[in-house]
Design a binder for this molecule. Sequence first.
Ligand code: BGC
Length: 763
Amino acid sequence: MEELKNLFIDPEQDIDRDAFKPASYLRRVIQLDSEISRAELHITACGLYSAYINGLLVTDEVFTPGYTLYTKRLQFQSFDVTELLQAGQNVLSLIMGDGWWRGSLGATSARNAYGDDIRLAALLKVIFKDGNEQKIGTDESWKATQDGPIRKSDWKDGEVYDARRELQGWHEAEYDDSGWHVVRPAQYDGSLVQSEGEPIRERERLQPKVLTTPDGATVLDFQQNLFGYVQFQLNAPASHEVLLTHGEVLDENGNFTQKNFQFKILGRSVMAPLLQEIRYIAKEGAQTYKPTFTAQGFRYVKLDNWPEPVLPQNFTAIAVYSDMHDIGRLRCSHEGINKLIENTKWSLKGNFLDIPTDCPTRERAGWTGDIASFCEAGSYLMNINKFLAKWMKDVALQQHEDGRIANIVPGGGMPKMLDGSAGWADAAVIVPYTLYKMYGNRQILADQYDSMTRFLSFMEGRAKRTHWRNRWRHNPHSDFVIDTGYHWGEWLEPGRHPMQDMIRNILLPDAEVATAYFGFSAELMAEIAQALDKASDADRYQALADDIKAAYRHTFTDDGLVRSRRQCHYVRPVALGLLDHSDNQRNVSLLNKMVTANDYCIGTGFLTTPFILNVLCDYGFVETAYKMAENEKSPGWLYQVNKGATTIWEKWDGIDADGVPRFSFNHYAFGAVAAWFFSYVAGIKPLEPGFQRISIKPYPGGSLTYADCSYRSAAGPIRSAWQRDGQDFSLMVETPAATEIHLPDGARHEISGGKGTFTCQLS
Ligand code: BGC
């Protein structure tokens, strides 16, 4: 849509770079002289837009045009608007807000990341029944004003809306816009691409319970932590001002708080607080409102100055996220586990808004490591294929010249000096590989191949350097050990403080983690090259992976045996395939002892939490895996469920014995365990990419008496439903393709698809 490029306009007159800005309102009357056969609107903005024709919204999509690496590319949308137009006069009207373009972004809430002015381009193409065509673009004939009701619209901070300033009749042709100003032509230098992700839409709608907290505040409890906004209706006198403040949890005294998501360094606030508030100034009488260009991460909303009795039916929380298909369901006999899976799905929804984010509050940033850990679990829960394929393009576009991968994508306004962290940067390989395995998306391997190979070359170069503190040690494998660069490490392991870990990681890079991921990515690359019929690349990456494995074994183990007090050190080499089978067996036996001695509490952070239960099951410790999954003490998954969590917490001890909430309460990383429930408890795994061949190998155990899982795979619907009654085990399967069925007693069956029931005795 190159034509759009010449149609950018800037609706603003003067810009105060540092102030929060009001929304811009734009309009143009269009005369169409004949009967319309078909009409389409192509539209985009540097900022966010809402478009209306004759007063009706052209789409149910929100937060258009979505978020891409704006320095390089911008999405446009195309809508069929035939039904909205008529022969004669029509009005095309638009509202624009700051969005990701110049609203607050990331941990520091820095603004103007991509520019300090907003811009818009639209092209209305009308084909008449007589065969003629008319094109109307955005040009200097458009009129604009910043004098409408939205006085501030910030992505993270919220909106100020003055209903008294609503522009009565502005969608009508007769509206007097003589006081509005003309727009000026503008430019956008990146490329324009048709929307690639999933449309962002309003989804679930929830009503609150009304609480009066111990400090006397009126708080709405929507009973679900989510990302979205509140729609409300009220009856008020003109100029009455109400305030809605959004938070995720109640504090240790049961009062509303936002403390947990303020950005602090070593306990100190380093910038203005994140407000997440809606300030609404009423017009006279009955009125309804919902935000246009902002959304909040919340379960609780504190209401200030509400002018009438607070009735739950006057408030609706609307969850907003990229509209992906819900493809995975698992229910079992343990209600806590069912809730954990539901919470994980909610954390996915709360963090999948055109880009995958860490949390929908403090940072709202596209952290690569979080999605690398969660990608497989997410792939079982919802169809995230298209969504992540779109994001991966930005990962490649943001890649450094030297092949390093950014920690945060898109990275507008984010610091870059810590880029290239092991386990984070590897998202460049892990995410495409996972989409290939889970959805059969071979195209993404081809599309990302250049980026992946450049990343691997960067890592090879990095391995050739040796950290000055290690230079005196002779290591014959040092060319395959990465001990330089910055690495976040295991991250958020129980009992460790993230800031202290960060400082330690700056002083001395975690070579064990960095080398392990180097080996893992090289191994995946060998498989990826094979899938793309690049045999010589596959051989080269396999040889590289073998060299790294030898280096890992030599440098970080005692002849294959791990010696450590940390669970992650046992899980990582086994899960990432760095040791051989007999080493693995010895190490997982040690891990099993360690977990048992730890009273089945989890001891892992971001990087190995996705694997710990798999590794225990693979080496015969199924009951230990279940005891860990079902453990209700802290740290553990069910601890947070029992504490009333409705999403996944960022920290295992997000709420500790002192009751003080800490960090974010909507971080999906630890929800990566959901993959274990689908692929081990229900046992559904792809044997070939996209489930063209399937393995169903359930691992019954723990207190579970049944598990029932349905998964809508790329090959068709799969069901694995088992129950146990004492030692009697029975499994019902339904599959769309050739399937290997493995029963817990070791029996193996093959079916070419369809339904079947299998029984065995458990030992
Ligand atoms: C984010 C993470 C991210 C991490 C880097 C945090 O502040 O919220 O989820 O991966 O920084 O370690």
